[in-house]
Ligand binder design. Sequence first.
Ligand code: AVJ
Length: 323
Amino acid sequence: MTRAVRTARRAAPTAPANAFATDVIAGLTSKPKHLPPKYFYDLAGSALFERITQLPEYYPTRCELALLRDNAPAIASLFPPGCTLIEFGGGSSRKARILLGAAATIEAYVPVDISGDFLQQDAAQLRRDFPRLGVHPLVEDFTKAFALPGAIAALPRVGFFPGSTIGNFEPHEACQFLRHAGAMLGDGAVFVVGVDLVKDDKILYRAYNDAEGVTAKFNLNLLTRINRELGADFDLGAFEHHAFYNAKHNRIEMHLASTRRQKVRVNGTTIDFRAGETIHTENSYKYTIESFQALARGSGWSPLKTWSDGMVGIHALQRTGER
Ligand code: AVJ
């Protein structure tokens, strides 16, 4: 990539607005209706998600942070010397900082996120806190292919994908993602992936139906965003938050259910809703330690070590390569 192209990309605050419009219209005109969860995270959505991570019912963030802190030296001991840490969807570097503090051998950090808002601010603070670390934020959609900064081309790579965000993919998409990430991270790469575990239905249910209703706000904020950015006229009072565990597919599903028959205008298109019809806004797949290790093995990675507290798992994988 040329220097000019890199500079232009870095200056772009977010991914192209028309990708949002295209995806929203495609999702709302298909059957069943659905919207990609990656669009939850505008400024308001990111703030609501931050509140979710602090809810008593939402265990994943707390558990993963504790697991990272307790095992940071062991995790870091698997990293090749002089490596670059590449974080997928690292909206905030809170978790990466734990690894950066434990592994003096990390030379550079590349957070990749679709939203540039937090990324640049966070990078500035990181440069102050880790003055010898090369910090190269990339505003990219990590679900698609992207180019790495030229500055880190020669360094060995460690991928970091915490937060159980991999659960947003369908299992076959998670497999594709792991393959593509492997091709990008290269031979000998290590990949640290945080995965939410299959567990008691009631614990899962409560984590997505909190008493304060923050998760409901987070879900509904997607409609607010569509209203604002695409000039739509969703009536926020006529949709409600539904979240439940689908045991057959080992996933939490989130939907926005229309409380009545209604029409909504979105970017010049009329969308009809039946009473009770839903927009499927998120899947959050849960894995057992073994089922995730099997997925990794089938995607070009071999499990090196897994840490778990029974609630979430952190998997260190090594690239097997295509043979
Ligand atoms: C960021 C995708 C891991 O699935 O638990 C939290 C998002 N949605 N509450 C999750 C989310 C509703 C979260 N991930």
